[in-house]
Design a binder for this molecule. Structure first.
Ligand code: XMP
Length: 484
């Protein structure tokens, strides 16, 4: 038995000491950071893999705003892979399977298809991948004979302006403007039609220049998997669906079965970034990284809906957990990014977590009240609220049992014997997640300016924490006034 001489600290125990700053404006602060060594986020915030926080809508909104969503695993393999696919298809510079029509179809059919699919144009094919022509609203608008075939009004291949597969958004924009076009077919080196660039998609791209996208312009998304060998088909389906990172999700990540799962996944999917956790010690972080994890999720019990520390007596106050994990990795010569998971309530907490060495933070409850979180808002005591639940709560365990009954009798959890380590709660309805992220990033920029930091790395290098007393905590919030 041993007792550590130092104290375990969390966000409210400390403040950051202001440093001389050369930043004339908060805009000079670059908030970008790394989720994994290959995935850069302009907004270093990730939405939690909880069933009341991240499904398709949240993942799309997070990626559009410059963060990232991790889709939870408490649904069937098909549903989770389908959700990943939906995020990947939500945006892209090149529409890979645009709506097409055969050259002998009638103008009336083309018009109907454009209407029902809500698109301004169709690719005309001979039934295969060969591009025969292009037809847009303008071609059919005043066509005299609705029963005439599409080929009589379409733009012919020799008149079609096209692009190559690696065309950048800037090039596409120039070509479309120069020729006053709305659609640009993409043709590969073998003359095969591979997709369509549309003006609408370019406009979306311009609207969210800092969105988290892959090299093909699709939004990025991560998804969680469990640690058992039976979770491998899930991982395979997610990789097949185009997931950008797999997150090995287990409450106590510093465990043999988690390490074994990391090794299994690493061997099966060498090119897919792997995140693993949760841990709360330098040793835990180092061993998961050495097993093959590209980023480490840190946090045992800091979450708003967590009761792990009460039920088990285990946990490390979150600021110390972040510092210990980062130190454990760096001492072993590893540059692995740390994701600070849980307990973030304010932008001040975000700044402290990053200054302590985390590369990104994961947020649950603060996002559970958003429009994009699963579930509809309800009115409780006259206030609009949404539900959030710990993934180890009784409600979540019952939900899993109900789902597993549909799937396989063997994998059923005996929920009569469940010992919950989380609670169910309600949080105020908070509108769109983009607005919350705006406030968080605004606070982060301001914090970076107080820290004299232009980058997250400088924030970490310059960080000087000071421990405060309960009087300091009281002084730190508004006091001696009545809030209006
Ligand atoms: P916040 O504070 O952002 O924390 O809501 C989200 C994180 O909490 C963890 N989590 C749990 N921890 N029991 C726990 O001890 C639970 O039932 C539970 N559910 C979620 C998880 O790491 C999440 O990202």
């Amino acid at each position: 038995m041993k007792i550590r001489a130092d104290k375990g600290l969390t966000f409210d125990d400390v403040l950051l000491v202001p440093r001389r700053s050369s930043l004339a404006s908060r805009r000079e602060a670059d908030t970008s950071s790394w989720f994994t060594p290959g995935i850069r986020l302009y907004v270093p915030v990730v939405s939690a893999n909880m069933d009341t926080v991240t499904e398709t809508d949240m993942a799309i909104a997070m990626a559009r705003a410059g963060g990232l969503g991790v889709i939870h695993r408490f649904m069937s393999i098909e549903q989770q892979a389908g959700q990943v696919r939906k995020v990947k298809r939500a945006e892209g510079l090149i529409v890979e399977n645009p709506y097409s029509i055969e050259q002998d179809a009638t103008i009336a059919e083309a018009r109907k298809m454009m209407q029902t699919q809500d698109v301004g144009g169709l690719v005309v094919t001979n039934g295969g991948t060969e591009l025969i022509g292009l037809i847009t609203q303008r071609d059919v608008l005043l066509a005299p004979d609705d029963s005439a075939p599409v080929r009589t009004v379409m733009t012919l291949p020799d008149k079609i302006i096209s692009a190559r597969p690696h065309t950048t958004p800037e090039e596409a924009r120039r070509i479309l403007h120069e020729h006053r076009l709305e659609k640009l077919p993409v043709i590969d080196d073998n003359g095969q039609f591979v997709g369509l660039i549309t003006a609408q998609d370019l406009i979306k791209h311009q609207k969210n220049p800092n969105a988290t996208k892959d090299e093909r312009g699709h939004l990025r998304v991560a998804a969680a998997v469990g640690v058992l060998p039976r979770d491998m088909p899930r991982a395979e389906a997610l990789v097949e669906a185009g997931v950008d990172a797999l997150v090995v999700d287990i409450a106590h990540g510093h465990a043999d079965h988690c390490i074994a799962m990391i090794k299994r996944l690493r061997a099966a999917f060498p090119d897919t970034p792997l995140v693993a956790g949760n841990v709360a010690s330098g040793e835990g972080a180092r061993e998961l990284a050495e097993a093959g994890a590209d980023a480490i999720k840190v946090g045992i019990g800091p979450g708003s809906i967590c009761t792990t520390r009460i039920v088990t007596g285990f946990g490390v106050p979150q600021l110390t957990a972040i510092m210990d994990s980062v130190a454990g990795l760096r001492q072993a010569g590893l540059d692995t990014p740390v994701i600070a998971d849980g307990g973030i309530r304010t932008s001040g907490d975000l700044v402290k977590a990053l200054a302590a060495g985390a590369s990104t933070v994961m947020i649950g409850s603060l996002f559970a009240g958003c429009e994009e979180a699963p579930g509809a808002p309800v009115i409780r005591d006259g206030q609009k609220v949404k539900v959030v639940r710990g993934m180890a709560s009784l409600g979540a365990a019952i939900g899993r049992k109900e789902r597993e009954q549909d799937e396989s009798a063997e994998s059923q959890e005996d929920w009569d014997k469940v010992v919950p380590e989380g609670v169910e709660a309600v949080v105020p309805y908070r509108g769109h997640v983009r607005e919350i992220l705006y406030q968080l990033v605004g606070g982060l920029r301001s914090g970076m300016s107080y820290g004299g930091a232009r980058t997250i790395r400088e924030l970490q290098e310059n960080a000087e924490f000071i421990q405060i007393t309960p009087a300091g905590v009281r002084e730190s919030s508004y006091h001696d006034v009545r809030k209006v």
